[in-house]
Ligand binder design. Sequence first.
Ligand code: NAD
Ligand code: DAU
Length: 345
Amino acid sequence: MQSILVTGGCGFIGANFVRWMLGTDSSLRITNLDKLTYAGNLENLKEIENDPRYRFVRGDIADPAAVDQLIAEGRFHAVVNFAAESHVDRSILDSTPFITTNVMGTQVLLDACRRHRVPRYLQVSTDEVYGSLGDEGFFTEETPLAPNSPYSASKASADMLVRAAVHTFGFPAIITRCSNNYGPYQFPEKLIPLFISNALQGQSLPVYGQGTNVRDWIHVLDHCRGIEAALRQGQAGEVYNFGGESELRNIDLTKRLLKALGKPESLIRYVEDRPGHDQRYAIDCTKAKRELGWTPQYRFEDGLAETIAWYQNHADWIARVRSGAYRDYYESQYGGRLGADKTRA
Ligand code: NAD
Ligand code: DAU
């Protein structure tokens, strides 16, 4: 693989993936197509923006003409679609951008890739498409899709469109479904970076409901290695689950974060529950282990300690994201060269 198109590369996982791939494969060229929504932060890729192997293109995956032109000219060996609206709470407030980007944007990419015969397409999906578990059991690739939030419904819809492209046209696509990621560069709206940022500033930590919901936490680089393995060795038409094998109740994670930060549990505030809140996610990643030779490498304790240290050492990054100042970087770096910013949150 010499040239790949990554969409959503300025977000949390996309930026980690771009860094990971350029760091491990010196022959690779990456084009990053990103709309720069509130979650897209060019500063996440500051160190590599002048790397000759890397190119940033500002654009919308749901814009058929722009996507067609980029893919026609790019002669990419693969497309990896990270671009999405990714936050469940925002989807409950307004699902429109989730449908536009996650559903329509995916179809626009599929159509353009098919038209220009891109030989590999990877859809970055989520374990949330499987719905919610009780106390027992795990999601496998065979678990029926039963999404519960507008976000997960939009991701499941995208998965169905990918499945249809495989089935109807023999399109060489792979779907990966991963559990909750944590690590550097995560937007401080998601549990771990939000709670670390709040605690560092002595602000309260809003735990939804009783805090008994369970998530399976995976370090973002373990997810990136999984995507790389699926991209290089995965079978077209297949789905691969990735998880961290680190299940934790939200309240236990919250207390662990406070302890590590030396902050009191009195910062915890139990607030009204998320509507339709999924109780538990847990992933069976036997297939990825068996067929891709992948296994999560981070012990959660180590990954979490490293992540806490990263946020402690990047107080300026948190401050710029929280104040909105990170958006000015686009203007200072790209000025009028790439058009006006119409997506300011
Ligand atoms: P994120 O919100 O941090 O980043 C999303 C990126 O996509 C941003 O850079 C944003 O500007 C870009 N984007 C949004 N709409 C776009 C559009 N229309 N065109 C082009 N770019 C657009 O998200 P993330 O947490 O990095 O998640 C990345 C992908 O991984 C998503 O598809 C998400 O569903 C999936 N996923 C996330 C997790 C997780 O725990 N965060 C777990 C499993 C799967
Ligand atoms: O499972 C994969 C999914 O993980 C991804 O597909 C999503 O893009 C990603 O956002 C994440 O979804 P969650 O809803 O699980 O993540 P979030 O960080 O929003 O919430 C984690 C848990 O913490 C969840 O049970 C809700 C709870 N929570 C969250 C926030 C933001 C709180 O109790 N308080 C909060 O303020």
